[in-house]
Design a protein around this ligand. Structure first.
Ligand code: C2O
Ligand code: CU
Length: 459
C-alpha cells in the first residue's frame, strides 16, 4: 500500500517538473509564496505539559510574519489543509474589495484541499494582522492569525522593533484548546474569555540595554477579551493606533485594548541593569508580567520621540454636509431586547438564543439583506453608534479607517476598531473611499457570530 503510494507520488512530481521545465519560460518559474492553513502543535505551557494542538498558518501560531516595505505588493496563496473551509482577512488594510477575505460577500470560502491567491499593494505603513474570517470564533481561537507589518520608507530610529502578539487562550487542564466554541453563556455575555493570557514576542526578546529605544507593536488577537496592559521600566509615547500614526504622540496611561486593536509605542528602557523591563496584563486576580525583558548593559538616553511619518490615508477636515446613519446595538444578557428579525422572521429573545443568536443592529440579527448604508465613492458619512447593551463592544469597519467625531467637533485618531463601553454613544465618520461591500461588525468574535454584523455598500 505504502509502496504503491510512494511510486505514484514520485511519478507525479516527476511529470510536473518535467512539464514545468519544458513549458515555462525561466522568469515565470518563481512561484507564489503560500500560507498553508493546517493543524500544528505549539508550546504554550511549561515543559511538564504537553504541547497544544492548534490550527495555524503554516501550522504556526502566530503564523509567519509578513513584512513589506510601503508600496511593495503582497501576494500569498492560501492553501487549505484544514478539515473545514477557511479564508484570510487582512485586518486594517486598504485593499480591493475582492481581496478582503469575507466568505459569502467578497469570495467563496476556500474548501479543504482548495486554494485562493490574495494579491494587493497596501498603501499605508503600520502594524496590521491577518486572520481567518470563516467561523472565526473557532478558527481565530485555534490560532489562525499572523502579523503583517508594512515598514515606513523612513522608519523611526530604534534599537529593537518588537511585535507583541497578545492572545487569550482557553485551555483545558492538560493544555488542550478547549473546544467549547459555542456556549450560549459566552455568546450572550462578554464572549468566550480564556484562562491563559499569553504574549508572543516577534522576534523573541533576549536582553535589552538600559536606555535602549524600542518600538513595541502590541496586537490584541484575542477573540473576545479586552486587555488592560501596562509597561513597567519602559517610558515613552504611543505613536500609532491600529497602524495609523498619531500626528501628536501620546503619553500612555492605562492601555485598554479591544480585540483586533493595535497600539504602537516608542519607549526607552528605564529599568536598571539586572532588572527586567516588563509588559504586564491586568487581570481579575492581579497584574501579571506577560513579557519580561532582562536589562543588561546600558547606553546613553536618547532625546525626544518624534511622530511617525504620516500615511496617505485621508483625514477628515469637516463633516458639515455628511449624512448621519444611526446604528443601535441591542441584545445580550441583561439587555432590553425582546424581539428582533432574523433571516426575515420576527423572533422572541428565547427563540433567538435557541438559534445561537443574541445581538441585533437596528432590530436585525446577523447580516441584513440591505446594507446599513449605501454611499457613493468620495462621500463622507457618519454612523452614530448607540450601545444599548450591558456589554462593551469592539466595532470594526473593513476596508478603511474612520475617525470618531468628538464632543467639541474635532476628530479622534484614525482607527479601524473602536472600543465602546456599555451604554455609550459614539459617532464615527469617514470618507467612503473604496467601492465594494464592506463589513461593520463587533470584533468580539462571539458577538459577531451571535448577530452583531452589518455591511456598507460603496458604489
Ligand atoms: Cu479582523 Cu471582520 O475582521
Ligand atoms: Cu460585541
Amino acid at each position: 500500500m505504502t509502496d504503491h503510494m510512494n511510486t505514484r507520488l514520485t511519478r507525479r512530481s516527476f511529470v510536473a517538473s518535467a512539464a514545468a521545465a519544458t513549458l515555462l519560460p525561466v522568469t515565470a518559474r518563481a512561484s507564489v509564496p503560500t500560507l498553508t492553513a493546517r493543524p500544528g502543535q505549539i508550546r504554550l505551557l511549561p515543559d511538564e505539559y504537553p504541547e497544544t494542538e492548534v490550527w495555524g498558518f503554516d501550522g504556526q501560531v502566530p503564523g509567519p510574519l509578513i513584512r513589506l516595505r510601503q508600496g511593495q505588493a503582497l501576494t500569498r496563496k492560501l492553501v487549505n489543509q484544514l478539515p473545514t473551509p477557511t479564508s484570510i482577512h487582512w485586518h486594517g488594510l486598504r485593499l480591493p474589495n475582492a481581496m478582503d477575505g469575507v466568505p459569502g460577500m467578497t469570495q467563496d470560502a476556500v474548501q479543504t484541499g482548495g486554494d485562493f491567491t490574495y494579491s494587493f499593494t497596501p498603501p499605508d505603513a503600520g502594524t496590521y494582522w491577518y486572520h481567518s474570517h470563516h467561523q472565526s470564533t473557532e478558527q481565530v481561537a485555534r490560532g489562525l492569525y499572523g502579523v503583517l507589518i508594512v515598514d515606513e520608507t523612513e522608519p523611526p530610529d530604534v534599537d529593537h522593533d518588537l511585535t507583541m502578539v497578545l492572545d487569550d487562550w482557553r485551555l483545558t487542564q492538560d493544555g488542550k484548546t478547549s473546544e467549547d466554541f459555542d456556549r450560549p453563556h459566552d455568546w450572550t455575555h462578554a464572549g468566550r474569555l480564556g484562562n491563559f493570557i499569553h504574549a508572543v514576542s516577534v522576534p523573541q526578546v533576549t536582553t535589552v540595554r538600559k536606555n535602549a529605544r524600542l518600538r513595541l507593536r502590541l496586537i490584541n488577537v484575542a477573540t473576545d477579551r479586552i486587555m488592560e496592559i501596562s509597561l513597567i521600566g519602559l517610558e515613552g509615547k504611543i505613536v500609532a493606533f491600529d497602524g495609523m500614526p498619531l500626528l501628536q504622540p501620546q503619553t500612555p496611561e492605562r492601555l485598554f485594548m479591544g480585540p483586533a486593536q493595535r497600539v504602537d509605542l516608542v519607549v526607552d528602557v528605564t529599568a536598571d541593569e539586572g532588572e527586567d523591563a516588563l509588559i504586564a496584563s491586568h487581570e481579575r486576580d492581579g497584574v501579571f508580567a506577560i513579557v519580561e525583558m532582562p536589562v543588561s548593559g546600558s547606553s546613553t538616553r536618547r532625546g525626544n520621540i518624534p511622530a511617525l511619518p504620516d500615511n496617505p490615508h485621508h483625514r477628515l477636515t469637516t463633516v458639515k454636509d455628511a449624512r448621519k446613519v444611526p446604528l443601535k446595538m441591542e441584545g445580550g444578557a441583561m439587555g432590553g431586547l425582546r424581539e428582533a428579525t432574523f433571516k426575515g422572521q420576527r423572533l422572541s429573545i428565547q427563540e433567538m438564543v435557541q438559534l445561537g443568536q443574541a445581538w441585533a443592529f437596528n432590530g436585525v440579527i446577523g447580516m441584513p439583506d440591505e446594507p446599513l448604508l449605501r454611499a457613493s465613492t468620495g462621500e463622507t458619512v457618519m454612523i452614530e453608534m448607540v450601545n444599548d447593551t450591558a456589554f462593551a463592544h469592539a466595532m470594526h469597519l473593513h476596508g478603511q479607517h474612520f475617525q470618531e467625531v468628538l464632543e467639541d467637533g474635532s476628530f479622534g485618531p484614525l482607527r479601524d476598531t473602536l472600543l465602546m463601553a456599555r451604554a455609550e454613544t459614539r459617532t464615527i465618520a469617514f470618507r467612503a473611499d473604496a467601492p465594494g461591500k464592506w463589513l461593520l461588525h463587533c470584533h468580539m468574535l462571539s458577538h459577531a457570530a451571535a448577530g452583531m454584523r452589518t455591511w456598507l455598500h460603496v458604489t
